[in-house]
Design a protein around this ligand. Structure first.
Ligand SMILES: C=C1C[C@]23C[C@@]1(O)CC[C@H]2[C@@]12CC[C@H](O)[C@@](C)(C(=O)O1)[C@H]2[C@@H]3C(=O)O
Ligand SMILES: O=C(O)CCC(=O)C(=O)O
Ligand SMILES: [Fe+2]
Length: 334
């Protein structure tokens, strides 16, 4: 038997993986939201990649940099202080463990309900021991990103020929919208150098369960997506833009036309990564089913009927890399 020796910091085997070297992918679609043709470019990107970058998005740069600085301040606190805002069950501060079913990553994070009333609540566990400026940076950022996301969803609805332009955006604007927000911090891991050829998993491969996810990160090229042919490629970072990806619900609502993209993050030896992601989700009781106007005549839904609450419950019983939509697919011809 060959025993691989491993630095103590990495004594969790499932953090280490040998991933094929990836190249920086130059094909990520870039959509200028002020371009009159933006909506058709978005549709094309959602079908081909399930991910695109947006520029001219209207979110003030200052909101991104202020939140990044506040988040770094938090992640640089002593562990004992950060732990006062944990554990993540699912909301709160978490370290290494992702979700309730044994997934791990080289990561620290804060997961929050994105509802403005919950964030502004005085006794919020994350903010009660942290400066007020942190809370207001989160509030400003989420509200601007949510507005931009709703505009993008309105362009999507328009381009899909849906009568009601707000058919998708109203799910995020609903006061019962089950959206969440995540601040991820991936510390550098110098010990990784000793493990030549192997990689350290920051956030393992998965798809996002919600409708849409909007990510902003610092300048690290550690986010990867899986292309249609299964090849993993690295997403060239851009700290002034957003990367928007299709979630499982939007895949279902377009009856599989849009792809919920598989993605992951690998940690680095020298650079730390910080990312902030808004996950736009529907109210819990919302039925997730293909939108009538996207369906061709006689086309059947590829999926069984379910509510977001049912899907979410099932997602929280799954492991990160599981193909969660599989349980909800109709099996034809069997
Ligand atoms: C392992 C898990 C973590 C996760 C819930 C799950 O059981 C499966 C989906 C995971 C995910 C991925 C996207 C988002 O980061 C997230 C908040 C979500 O809604 O689904 C996480 C969940 C989590 O970290 O709690
Ligand atoms: O941190 C990142 O860049 C991506 C993390 C992610 O995919 C997630 O939180 O769902
Ligand atoms: Fe994700």
């Amino acid at each position: 038997m060959v025993v691989l020796s491993q630095p103590a910091a990495l004594n969790h085997f499932s953090l280490i993986k040998s991933c094929k070297p990836t190249s920086l992918f130059s094909g990520i679609p870039v959509v200028d939201l002020s371009d009159p043709d933006a909506k058709s470019q978005i549709i094309k990107a959602c079908k081909e990649y399930g991910l695109f970058k947006v520029v001219n998005h209207g979110v003030p740069l200052e909101f991104m940099t202020t939140l990044e600085a506040q988040a770094l301040k938090f992640f640089n606190l002593p562990e004992s202080e950060k732990d006062r805002a944990g554990p993540a069950d699912p909301f709160g501060y978490g370290s290494k463990r992702i979700g309730p079913n044994g997934d791990v990553g080289w990561i620290e994070y804060i997961l929050l309900n994105a509802n403005p009333e919950i964030i502004s609540h005085k006794s919020h566990s994350i903010f009660k021991n942290n400066p007020e400026i942190f809370r207001s940076a989160v509030e400003d950022y989420i509200s601007a990103v949510k507005k931009m996301t709703c505009e993008v969803l309105e362009m999507v609805a328009d381009a899909l020929g849906i009568d009601q332009r707000n058919a998708l955006s109203k799910l995020l604007r609903d006061e019962k919208s089950d959206s969440c927000f995540r601040l991820n911090y991936y510390p550098p891991c110098p010990e990784l150098q000793a493990l030549s050829g192997r990689n350290l998993i920051g956030f393992g491969e998965h798809t996002d369960p919600q409708i849409i996810s909007v990510l902003r990160s610092n300048n690290t090229a550690s986010l990867q997506i899986s292309l249609k042919d299964g090849t993993w490629v690295s997403v060239p970072p851009d700290q002034t833009s957003f990367f928007i990806n299709v979630g499982d619900c939007l895949q279902v609502m377009t009856n599989g036309r849009f792809k919920s993209v598989k993605h992951r993050v690998l940690a680095d030896t020298v650079s730390s990564r910080i990312s902030m992601i808004y996950f736009g989700g529907p109210p819990l009781n919302e039925k997730i089913t293909p939108l009538a106007s996207v369906m061709a005549e006689g086309e059947e839904s590829l999926y069984k009927e379910f509510t977001w609450s049912e899907y979410k419950k099932s997602a929280y019983k799954s492991r990160l890399a599981d193909y969660r939509l599989g349980l909800f697919e109709k099996s034809f011809g069997q």
